[in-house]
Design a protein around this ligand. Sequence first.
Ligand SMILES: [Zn+2]
Length: 71
Amino acid sequence: MATSAKKTKCPMCKNSALGRAQNRAYPFCSPRCQMLDLGAWFDESYRVPERGGGNGRSSSSEGQEPGEGEH
Ligand SMILES: [Zn+2]
């Protein structure tokens, strides 16, 4: 067989991507798709702690219930 060029599917844009040997952005089709994927999870990981960090209601309800009953 003479199939030396392996092709993969880019998980970002679903286009055919070149194999690892010829593709620096493997398994993505291009560095651009690789950056897009990185940016996607970077954006998410930065947004989650910023949105839920402010009230701290879970810690106040947990510390009041067991202490108020005995005091
Ligand atoms: Zn792609």
